[in-house]
Design a protein around this ligand. Structure first.
Ligand code: CO8
Length: 250
């Protein structure tokens, strides 16, 4: 355990880790020290058997307004979030711009409050997205809309992001609603077989890297592999016996 300066880590449920970005004065601009702490906390939770799923959020005003423009030097620390085996849910309120939008896109599921604003304003700084935005947006919202965001730097509302399929859905009105909903979802995910959850995440993500034929073979192989687990036997027995499954994650 260590204490953090730029993030707040809590356990709103025994099985859920909540990470709150905490540089409110700078709209959670993603500095290297912040990113180091974020990576440290997420990696520790990924290894912690008591954590089933994670939620990442910011403040009401900003999820994150981008990489720290005033710093912008060593940016080699983004990759690690992609290596997490456990699901990470983004709960977005306010600005998710530039690196903040890219950080949300690195998460497995995005929930947003009605105040959320997404965008890739790098073009206004004389650069382009550098944290995967151009590539991940293509998968999420298609070419024309990605081009529009990347080339004009315009922000889109939560409403547009939902219509465009970039986020799962818009949650509630009240302050903190989106975090509550994300924690609820994380708790539900954490109640499943963690072997199946991690397998599900792995095969969905494989679609980014593989052809359809390769992806179908990969899915089939992982699916068959799960039949060697106790959780598969328990899950199917519980269904037949009309009771809740008691997964042991083995
Ligand atoms: N970096 C550093 N500081 C920031 C950032 C940022 N991205 N965003 C806001 N801040 C600071 C402001 O400078 C201000 O600080 P101060 O009080 O010392 O002046 C404070 O936060 C509050 O911000 P504002 O006063 O500007 O608040 P407003 O409500 O007026 O405006 C905006 C909010 C519209 C969000 C505005 O702050 C803004 O435009 N921010 C910058 C958005 C942006 O351009 N983001 C993209 C950054 S580039 C990037 O993310 C590239 C990622 C590359 C990843 C590479 C990986 C390898």
């Amino acid at each position: 355990e260590r204490s953090y300066e730029y993030i707040v880590v809590s356990r709103p449920e025994p099985s859920v880790l909540l990470v709150t970005l905490n540089r409110p004065k700078f709209l959670n601009a993603l500095s290297s020290p912040l990113f180091k702490e974020l990576n440290h906390a997420l990696e520790a939770a990924d290894k912690d058997d008591s954590v089933g799923a994670m939620v990442l959020t910011g403040s009401e005003r900003a999820f994150a307004a981008g990489a720290d423009i005033k710093e912008m030097k060593d940016k080699t620390y983004w990759g690690q979030i992609n290596n997490l085996r456990k699901p990470l849910i983004a709960a977005v309120s306010g600005y998710a711009l530039g690196g903040g939008c890219e950080l949300a896109l690195m998460c497995d599921i995005i929930l947003a409050s009605p105040t959320a604003k997404f965008g890739q304003p790098e073009i206004n700084l004389g650069v382009i997205p550098g944290g995967g935005g151009s590539q991940r947006l293509i998968h999420a919202i298609g070419k024309s809309r990605t081009m529009e965001l990347v080339l004009t730097g315009r922000n889109i509302s939560a409403q547009e992001a939902a219509q465009w399929g970039m986020i799962s859905r818009i949650v509630g009105e009240g302050e903190g609603e989106v975090v509550k909903e994300a924690v609820k979802m994380a708790k539900e995910i954490a109640s499943k077989s963690q072997l199946a959850v991690q397998a599900g995440k792995e095969v969905v993500n494989a679609a980014y890297e593989m052809t359809l034929a390769e992806g179908l073979r990969f899915e089939r192989r992982i699916f068959h592999g799960l039949f060697a687990t106790n959780d598969q036997k328990e899950g199917m027995a519980a269904f037949a016996e009309k009771r809740n499954a008691n997964f042991t994650h083995t």
